[in-house]
Design a protein around this ligand. Structure first.
Ligand code: ADP
Ligand code: MG
Length: 241
């Protein structure tokens, strides 16, 4: 089976600054991949390019077998809506509408009728059945992030990209969100790519990419948190939290 997303010599520059430097990578289906590295190493830029949110300066990005690098913004948006889900550190829920409406909004914007059975299954899985009519502010941070995960999965995307999804959560809620992401991979065959600062979070993934200076410098197969902490300390010269 072809990879979900492939980056082929992808470079992203902002003026003189090279945020992503000729990165070649493939994200296989059904894997949970963590992306680590010091602040400013290009993790978010890589995620945005892989997710077709940002066009690369050079190189190609393939969604399945479709090269999206040369496509118009409109066409890229269509492909992104169909194939990609996103989870952000700050949840990005709309405060004025209910949990249920937050979950279905992207589908409605895309003119797609929500699949009620699928949404019901997701809502039960994340334990939010009783919260659908609440507004986001009435939920804990962990619950809000679980709403964002359901929203990301609503259109049955090929891949979910998560940029520091546990960065704003306490330890216990972070653990629940990570368990949920892992469960989606193991039980639903979902592909998840997650940027994280936390070696314990990365240890829940199958593979870990380590980035530095806009390049992927290591691909590790199921590293332990201790191993990751040592590698990151070597990169930054500081112990990681
Ligand atoms: P990370 O997520 O690993 O912390 P980023 O991908 O956000 O790193 O950033 C990589 C580099 O690109 C940094 O030096 C950052 O300042 C720069 N950068 C990111 N986005 C922009 C932008 N929109 N304009 C200018 N520079 C940017
Ligand atoms: Mg970032």
């Amino acid at each position: 089976m072809s990879p979900v997303v492939t980056l082929d010599r992808v470079t992203k520059s902002y003026g003189e600054l090279v945020a992503l430097d000729e990165v070649t990578l493939a994200f296989p289906r059904g894997r949970f991949v963590a992306v680590m590295g010091p602040s400013g190493s290009g993790k978010s830029t890589m995620l945005h390019c892989a997710a077709a949110l940002d066009p690369p300066t050079s190189g190609s990005v393939l969604i399945g077998e479709v090269d999206v690098s040369g496509l118009s913004e409109t066409r890229r948006t269509q492909l992104r809506r169909k194939h990609m889900g996103f989870v952000f550190q700050s949840y990005n829920l709309l405060p004025a509408i209910t949990v249920e409406d937050n979950i279905t909004l992207p589908l409605r914007l895309a003119g797609v009728r929500p699949d009620r059975d699928w949404l019901g299954e997701l809502v039960d899985r994340v334990g939010l059945r009783g919260r659908l009519r609440h507004r986001p502010a009435e939920l804990s941070g962990g619950q809000q992030q679980r709403v964002a995960i359901v929203r990301a999965l609503a259109a049955r995307p090929d891949v979910v990209f998560a940029d520091e999804p546990t960065g704003a959560l306490d330890l216990r809620s972070a653990g629940q969100v990570l368990d949920l992401l892992r469960e989606l991979v193991d039980e639903l065959g979902q592909t998840v790519v997650m940027v994280t600062h936390d070696p314990a979070a990365a240890a829940r993934a199958h593979d870990t990419l380590v980035m530095a200076d806009g390049k992927v410098i290591e691909v590790l197969d199921a590293p332990t948190p201790e191993d990751l902490a040592v590698r990151l300390t070597r990169l930054t010269g500081e112990p990681v939290a």
